[in-house]
Design a protein around this ligand. Sequence first.
Ligand code: AMP
Length: 275
Amino acid sequence: MELCKTISEIRQWLQDWDNIGFVPTMGYLHAGHLSLVKTARKETEHVVVSIYVNPSQFAPNEDLASYPRDLTRDLKLLQELNVDAIFFPDDREMYPRGFKTWIKVDKITQILCGKSRPTHFQGVTTIVSKLLNIIEPEKMFMGEKDFQQLVVLKQMAQDLNFKTEIVGCPIIREKDGLAMSSRNKFLSSQNRKNALCLYHSLQKAQEMFDEGIRDSHKIIRTMTKIIERSNCKIDYIEAVNPFTLEHQDHLQKGDRVLLAVFIDGTRLIDNREIR
Ligand code: AMP
């Protein structure tokens, strides 16, 4: 497994490789990340993983400084999965002095998570553009856990004619249903229990749909009650079309219910497809 800190190092290895599968991460890896690596392993010949906590996608009041990091453990986990190369640059490598260029996707970045995090997606699209230009992968594997991010990056790849195919992969959950996230580490044991309300409210949405309820406002009202009962603060709950992210009054199969919730200062997101 090649360990590359600089763009020139990783580019040297990539010269000899075709059919690259790429998994961008911010590290502190869990089974969700590893599932993306395993899918990449199956679908592409060479697998490259990046580990980089991208400062430009965090607002000044967010958790950049405390974001969990454990590079030694991450490298061990990736080695066990036969990853070909790890790219783990530092800030000076990715944002050298004089950096001035930002990639911005319109409209779909200003709703949902973009409302409370107005500069977040600009940070994501900029860093992913840079990584795609550096790695030039055949396919990039991303989790549906960050569903809006997936839609935004697919839009960007289409609009800017990136060659890379963006592959969405299913959400990996703990046994009790909590979506795996590096931020779950911040939860106290009581808050870890409370956090199950995200999953339970999404399950409830599906149950109501199964009972024939199609009015998304009614479903969202019930989800709101479930979450408020658990002492969590709702950022948003929305029912959307999975391609356009437009609000749906009347739910149909294939639509997505998405939510973001604060639990004692930790912001968690989750979503599910209505089937
Ligand atoms: P992050 O390190 O949080 O930036 O995530 C890196 C990639 O892993 C993104 O494509 C995420 O959507 C994906 N990911 C994070 N958590 C999960 C999960 N529980 N299941 C599947 N993919 C995930």
